[in-house]
Design a protein around this ligand. Sequence first.
Ligand code: HSE
Length: 399
Amino acid sequence: MTNIAILGFGVVGSGIADVITQNQESIEKKIGDKINIKYILDLREFPDSPFADKIVHDFNIILNDDEVSIVAEAMGGLHPAADFSEAALKKGKSVVTSNKHVVAEVGDMLLKTAEENGARYLFEASVGGGIPVLRPLGTCLAANKINSINGILNGTTNYILTQMIDFGKTFEVALKEAQQKGYAEANPSADVDGIDACRKICILAAIAYGKLIDPAKVSTTGISNIRLEDVKNAADSGYAIKLIGQAKDVDGKMAVSVSPRLVPYDNLLAKVDDVFNGVLINGNAVDDVLFIGRGAGKMPTASAVVADIVDIAGRPELKNQIWEKATDDDLAPAEENVSRYYVCVKNALNEENVKKVFSDISSITLRDGELSFITQPLKKKVFDEMASKLDVVSWFEVL
Ligand code: HSE
């Protein structure tokens, strides 16, 4: 019998219990053993839930029960989730999680702790919700040098942008809907300001390059500076604006960032809408590979968590990844990054004035006294210098 404990009975935790219960027979066939949810840890009581008799309030009950071999952490937040995970691993219990905050901050330490204690630490659900992407990146694409990863990694912001652009809804209405559907973080600033996407691109980069970057060191911009005018200008020129997490190899160093970018319509990421996430990986042998699926929500996220449980129970011989911490020396300098830029300026008077600064521009659009255009590829420091000479209203990188 494989006994598991679920930490947290919120959106994801209850989804894990539901998936295991609904698919118990096929899961048991896959692992070749019976599976039993022995405990669910939560501060609250759930008297009307079919799982009411599993609820406990003290983590030590789980920690000290040798029958529990797998802990599914779905609490959210860094503490106490990270502490409970570490304690469980130290007892030799394997831990699975959807908690990107914990993985992005202390995943290196938890992987090492798992390895030292004969346990496993898996976190497929922490990036891309239900999309299988971490395991394929770490195993099926292991033969490649990863040139770049570009991802729409936050379902809430993608949902908000899609609702605003396609249905003319206000930001507030769209955010409320995302919260009602269980997509949004407890504090929606983590979604809107790009913090959640930042954690996820750090995890993807760690799998691709073996080094975990401190999320605080990643240049991160959210969606609150996207104006409807920019969306229209971009659309007129054949681009969708998406919040993109990017990690790329620049001469052996990692360049990692999160920001809204103009994505050309002929790039498959431009068509990833609503709560869907998309991760486009370029490897030097395989070329482009695209992963798409539901990036948030109860059952898609639970699907990935339970798959990790099945993996641990069914294939106990597999090993953990080992990550080092990235140092400043591992990171490519942001000012040297080369990109094309979308720029919108006011009081430009005419195209010729702009061309005196940015000599080579395209996709020129004039709307309500503002002139927008796309530059040639420029180093960030050169772009900053040029942009300072004009009355810039908004700018975004072009993918
Ligand atoms: N708030 C996250 C999102 C949940 O919207 O993508 C899934 O990680």
